[in-house]
Design a protein around this ligand. Sequence first.
Ligand SMILES: [Cu+2]
Length: 155
Amino acid sequence: MRLHKLFPIAAAIALGACQQTSDERQVEVEEAWVRLPAVQGRPGAGYFVLRSYAPRNRLLSVTSESAERIELHDNIAEGGMNRMVPLEDTALPERTEVAFEPGGKHAMLFGLDPSLEPGGRIELTFNFETTPPITVRAEVVAPGATTSGDAGHGH
Ligand SMILES: [Cu+2]
C-alpha cells in the first residue's frame, strides 16, 4: 500500500520540475513604443503589452539608459477629469495580458536623451518580481502620436 501511494507523488514532483525548466516563456513584453514630448525637457510616455505565463509575478519597474527616471502611472477619471496616479507595482496574474496604452496605464520617462528621434529605438528594461529582467527595443514615435503606427514612418 505504501509503495502505491508514494509512486504518484514522486512522478508529480518530477513532472513539475521538468515543466519549470522547459517553459522559458514566463513573461513577454510586446508592442513597446515611446512617444517623445512635444516640448523638450518634458517627460515622454511609454506604452507596451505584458503577457504573463508565470504563476505569480509583478512588474516592479522599468529602467532605461536613455532616461534619468521612469515612473509607472495609471489614469483615473475623477469628476470628469483624468488624473494620473503612481502605480507602485503591477500584478501579473498567470495567463493574463496587461496593456499599458494611451488613456490608461503608462510609463513616464523623465530626463530623456535629447538625441532620440522619431523612427529610432530606445532600450527599456522591465524588472519583475519572480522572473529575470527583460530588455526590449521600443520604437520612438513623434509627439502627438496615439499609436506606434501613427508617426515616424513617413507613410
Ligand atoms: Cu503619467
